[in-house]
Structure formats: C-alpha cells, structure tokens
Design a protein around this ligand. Structure first.
Ligand code: ZN
Length: 722
C-alpha cells in the first residue's frame, strides 16, 4: 500500500511565496522581539557553508527558528514591496524573476522548520508552529492578494505571446498568473479581507488538528503489563514493545498506533480481545470527547473551505482545488474512482468469505470483524501460499534493501551512485546522509533518510527538501525521506516486511524527482507538481522492488547472505497481490470520503462528523463494516493537516499513470540505462516546467490508459462482476 506524507508522501511546498507582510502592529505571540534577536549569530542568517548548503543542525537550536522566520518574512515583505512598487513598467525580469529571487532567508529557515516539526517535534517547536501558522497564511495572502503586484503579473501574462520567452519561462508566467487568480487576486477589497480571515482560521484549525492528532495517537497506544495479551507477537516485536514502554517510562509493553486505521500487529496477535482493543483505540483515537477530539475541528474546516470556494466563485472546495490538477474537475476524479468501486468491492467481499470460511473451519464461532481481518488473512495467505512474514523478513534487512535494492535500481536505470558521509550534522542520531553522484562523477544532490518511528514524529512516510534545486539561485537539491519503521532493539538488525520495502522504493521515487531536478526557477523545481502527478514518480519506482534483477540483488538473508530461494520469491510476489480487494477498497473509501467532505456547498450546515461519514460511504456503496476506510475523517491527516484536501484520489490517479508507464518500460526492454535516461530527461528532471498531461503523453507517446492498472489489480472488466 502507499504511505502517507505527513500523512503520505510529500508536502507540496509553495515555499518561495509563503512569506510576506506581517502587519507591523501585530504583536509577537511569544512575547519576544524577533528582529532584535536576529543577527549573524543565528545559524539561518546566511546560506549554510556546508556542502550544498546543508542545514547546520549542529548549530541550530529550537530558539533560532522564530527570529529567523520572522526576519525572513519581514525581509521578503520588503523585497515584494519593492517589486510591486517598482516605477518601471512590468517585465518578466523585474517582476517574476525578482519574485523567484525573493524570500531566500525565509525559505532557508522554513524548509528546515517544516522538516523538524514533522519528524522531530519538541514542545517548544510545537508551540511555535501554532503561533506561526496563521502568520504564514497571512503572509501568503499578503503577496497573492496584493493588487499592485497582481496587475504587474497580469500585464506580463497578457503580453506573453509577444515576449518570445523560452518554454520554462512561459510556464512561469502562467504559473504565477494562475496562482494569483486561484488565491483570489481578482476579488474586491472586501472579499479579499473576508478571504484572509477564512484562510487564517483554516490554518489555525489545521495546526490545531495536527497537534491534537499527534497527542491523541500517542495517548491511544495499547499499554499492558500482561504478556499473555500479546501472544502471537514475535520475540523481536515483544522486545520492541518493551522498549517502547521503557521509553515512555511505563511498566510492561506499549504498542504505539500507526496513522492508518489498521495496525500492523493485528496480523499476529492471537488474542481476539487484544485485537479488538487495539483496533478500537485506533478507530476512536480522535473521538474521545476530550481535548484531543478532532471532530469539531474538521467539521468547521469543511465548512470554512466551502465558504472560501464560494467566495472564489466555485460551487465547492474540490472544484476550486482541482483546476490546476491533471484531473481538472471533481467529476473527472469521481468518475475515475467510481469505476474502481464494483471490482474492488467484489474482490474484498470474496476475500472476506475466504476468511470467514477459515474461521468457521477452526470453529471460531464468531462473525468476521475488522480487527480479525489481518490476523485471519495472514492464515488464509499462509494456507494459500504457505508464506508467513517471519519467514521472509530475514531477507529484507534495511541496509541491504537500501543499498542493494533502492540504490542499485537507481544505479542501473540512471547511472547514479551513493556514498554515505558522517560529517554532515543531522537533527537526530537515526538520520543518515549520502552524497549522490551522477554517472560522470559530479555531485547532483545530498540525500538524507530518517526511517525509524519516534513518538515525536508524524505518522506515515514522506519526502521533502531542505534546499530546492534552482539554476537561477545556483542551488543543488538537498532531499530527505522519512518513514516510521519499527526500530529494532539495540544490536538487532532492522528487518522489514515487503510492504515496508515498497515504502522505501516509493519515497525514494519522490526523492529522485527532487534529486534529478534541473530547472531554472525554484518554484517549478522537483516534486512541486500537481498532487495527481506527484505520486507518479514514487509509485512508478515501487515497481522495481519486485523486478527480478533488483529483487535478487537485495533480498538476501541477513545472517548467511543467501539469496531468497526461488519458490519463496514466487510466493512473495503472488502473496503481494493477496488481500488486494481490501487494500484497494480501503483507499477508495478514504478517497471518496475526502471528495464528499470537499464537495459540500457553502450553505451546508456544520456536519455531525460520524453521521456524515456513514452517509458519504453508503451513498457510494462503500459502507462495509469489515472494510473500514484507510483513514477515518477524524484522523485523516492528509486532508486536514497536509495538502491533500480534495486530493486523496491522486494516489489512485497516479497509480493509473504508474502502471501505464511501467508497461511502457516493459514493452521497450525493461530496466535499461537508455529507458532510465529518457525517463529522467523527459519527466524526472523537469518538475512543473510543462503542462503535466502533455509532459506525460510526450514521454509515453499517447494518453495514459486505466487498463494496465485494472489488470494489475485483477479488476479487468470481465472480472469486476459488473
Ligand atoms: Zn508518495
């Protein structure tokens, strides 16, 4: 399954323009004098002198962020004011290039701040995040709602045909014009003021949601002193649970929650009561009526977003949000998702029947519930494929997967090589850093990975950058991947399941999109593309995890170095498709839920979250108690905390792109340097420099078809049960 950035995968940064005018009168909520504290002693004051301007984590203290963020905003406000009030007539250079050069201090600190608050949060930074969130929103508005600035951009846009710009520069003109209109630059002053208020409230609620959810997830961990309750867990997992208890200074064992509805340990826990408790802890984590209940927050956010869309002239938030996506309209996205419902439902129902039959054969005497699914599915899988996770995990040792799998595939396709270095400071001892070299030996990037779960890390897995690539600014990409793999006890190897292996390939696919970036303008660089395209490079890269030449290279027993026996390989591959009905349907359910929240009209009442959720699923034939959505509304971080609002369908959409692309590779000789280089040149290096549908069809030589995806998923029409 796919993983989530801060929730899934990638937080799209519009970093370059997020900063701007903080009203001079606004007091600093922390009571400090930001600019007074900011000087050369602040590690963000000047570009880092480390290789590729890597963040100097050895010098950065929590107290450095606020003064740097505030000074960065003030500085960009001045830069933007100078552009808007330039007495010379607007030109591409004096307006758009100048905007691209603005805000460098702000970006420097903000990208690091985002990384650390996502992966290594401290109470001080958590507070700061809440303080800064509405200010950042206000700053973005101050730029995109600045009418003088908009008129300059509009004037350049209107004469773009006659400017004879190169294609990337033309794209930049369109990008800015659309971004201004999208943000409401065409509104009257009264409407703009109203929009600013809505934006500020939304960002405050979003930050509150994020912090409530983190606390709720932590609090809903399963805690027990009864070892019998954990029967079925492997020794390694038991040790991990004991360590987690120690870390929290409690007796016994702790099983922290992952961000999805289903929890990995439910596949092995044999005590039904334990499974039920863990599942219910997960399902109700943010619905416990206390300070960490998120329901009021999300209901209000949905309402606010609908009101915002109306103000901007759209029938719904989704309609507004999807304008610049590949799908373009909610209807197109919904039509695509609807096509996945019957096939995935039929498949999930038949999987459920197999499970019930097995439970009955064991004289279980109960009806399948969601907390039983993974436990018995494992047994069905074992009966069908004679495979259990503990048998295969010794072949998936993290470092081997990384170096002999993820890196190896990238080397075979693109010729790049990696060298670990230990002299670059990191924000936590678990973080590793690698130099990335092109085939000719020149350095193209730095890449960091931070793979193990911590209580102060957001759930899921994601990629982002510390430094954006830009030829204009002379910067190379500094990219990182974060995940939440279970940390082994001291001295033990980190052994992964195949799903986690796939997550590593996935996030690294985003990483390549960042590392291969080769564009002039920072805002068009790397993975800053539409949401329904951004998951394409990552999901495409997952394909290499099971590609025979790659798999046999990394899947080696951590003790003996022996390759995985052929029959086990065959089983792993077959088993990877097992439970595919459940896996697809839980994602489709979450995606339709997202779309329903975001197609509400502005005059809809404040919804009761649980009722709305049930109704939304029922209306799409997606209500099935044994197959709950992958995320429930109250802990759906992608849509309330990250930028996937009205965009969760993008994972599925991008999957269509990825299967069609992999078929192209298949038909053109598979894993070759020629295919890799062409893909890098025409897609991975190009960021958002061309309309993405055109970029894709230009590379592919045609439009993407849904057929390879349906086939891969076993949902081809004749099998879908119509
Ligand atoms: Zn992703």
């Amino acid at each position: 399954m796919k993983t989530a950035k801060k929730g899934i995968t990638i937080l799209l940064k519009t970093g370059i323009l997020i900063a701007a005018a903080l009203p001079q009168t606004q007091s600093n909520a922390a009571g400090s004098q930001p600019n007074a504290q900011f000087g050369p002693s602040n590690p963000f004051y000047a570009p880092s002198t480390l290789p590729l301007q890597a963040p100097p984590f050895d010098k950065i203290k929590d107290s450095d962020y606020q003064p740097a963020i505030e000074a960065g905003m003030a500085q960009q406000r001045e830069e933007v004011r100078a552009i808007a009030e330039n007495p010379d007539p607007p030109t591409f250079e004096n307006t758009l290039v100048a905007l691209e050069k603005s805000g460098q201090l702000f970006n420097r600190v903000n990208l690091v701040f985002n990384a650390v608050t996502g992966a290594n949060l401290s109470p001080e930074l958590e507070k700061l995040q809440e303080i800064e969130a509405p200010k950042l929103a206000a700053h973005r508005d101050a730029i995109f709602l600045d009418s003088k600035l908009f008129h300059r951009v509009e004037s350049i846009y209107n004469q773009r045909e006659s400017l004879k710009l190169d294609p990337e520069s033309s794209r930049l003109v369109e990008y800015y014009y659309r971004a201004f209109v999208h943000a409401g630059a065409n509104l009257s002053e009264t409407e703009k003021a109203e929009l600013k208020k809505l934006n500020e409230e939304e960002s405050t609620l979003s930050a509150a949601f994020s912090n409530k959810l983190l606390a709720a997830t932590k609090a809903a961990a399963y805690v027990t002193t009864d070892k019998n309750a954990l029967a079925g867990l492997s020794d390694a997992r038991l040790k991990g649970a004991a360590q987690a208890a120690k870390d929290r200074k409690v007796e016994g064992f702790v099983i922290p929650l992952q961000n999805t509805t289903q929890q990995p340990d439910l596949a092995s826990l044999s005590q039904r009561a334990t499974r039920q408790t863990i599942f219910e802890n997960s399902w109700n984590r943010a619905e416990r009526s206390g300070p960490n209940d998120t329901r009021d927050t999300v209901a209000r956010m949905a309402q606010l977003r609908a009101q915002k869309a109306k103000l901007l002239g759209f029938p719904s938030y989704a309609a507004w949000k999807l304008q610049d996506q590949m799908a373009k309209t909610p209807d197109a996205a919904v039509k695509f998702m609807d096509a996945l419902v019957p096939g995935s439902t039929a498949k999930a129902v038949s999987e459920g029947k197999d499970i019930q039959a097995l439970m009955d054969a064991q004289k279980g005497g109960f009806t399948l519930q969601p907390w039983d699914w993974d436990f018995y599915a494992q047994q069905v899988r074992k009966a069908k494929y004679d495979l259990d996770e503990d048998q295969i995990k010794p072949y998936f040792e993290l470092s081997s997967v990384l170096e002999n799998g993820v890196f190896y595939a990238a080397n075979q396709l693109y010729g790049i090589t990696f060298k670990e270095r230990h002299d670059i400071p990191v924000y936590h001892p678990d973080v590793r850093v690698f130099d990335v070299f092109d085939a000719d030996g020149t350095q193209i990037a730095l890449w960091y990975c931070d793979y193990f779960k911590r209580d102060n890390k957001n759930g899921g897995a994601w990629m982002d950058v510390f430094v954006n690539q830009s030829k204009l600014l002379g910067t190379l990409p500094v990219v990182y991947n974060v995940a939440n793999f279970t940390k082994p006890a001291a001295g033990q190897p980190a052994l992964l399941g195949f799903r986690e292996v796939t997550t590593m390939f996935h996030e690294f696919g985003h990483g390549l999109h960042g590392m291969f970036a080769n564009t002039m303008y920072p805002v068009l660089s790397g993975s800053q593309v539409a949401r329904d395209f951004v998951e394409f490079p990552s999901q495409f890269n997952e394909n290499w995890a099971s590609y025979p030449a790659v798999f046999s290279h990394y899947a080696r027993h951590y003790k003996t170095g022996a390759a995985m026996p052929a029959e086990l390989v065959a089983k792993v591959k077959k088993a990877a498709k097992f439970n595919g009905g459940y896996a697809l349907r839980e994602v489709v359910a979450a995606a339709e839920l997202d779309m329903q929240w975001h197609t509400l009209p502005a005059d809809a009442p404040l919804e009761k979250v649980d009722d709305f959720e049930i109704q939304a699923l029922k209306s799409k034939n997606l209500f099935l108690s044994t197959v709950p959505p992958r995320y429930r509304s109250s802990y759906f971080a992608h849509i309330w905390q990250d930028e996937y609002a009205a965009g969760y369908y993008a994972y599925l959409w991008a999957e269509m792109l990825d299967h069609a692309a992999f078929r192209w590779f298949d038909e053109h000789g598979g894993m070759t340097r020629a295919n890799g280089d062409r893909f890098r040149q025409m897609i991975l290096s190009r960021g958002n420099t061309e309309e993405l549908g055109k970029m894709y069809s230009g590379w592919m030589g045609g439009e993407p078809s849904i057929e390879p995806m349906l086939k891969f998923r076993g949902l081809v029409p004749e099998e879908s049960g119509k």
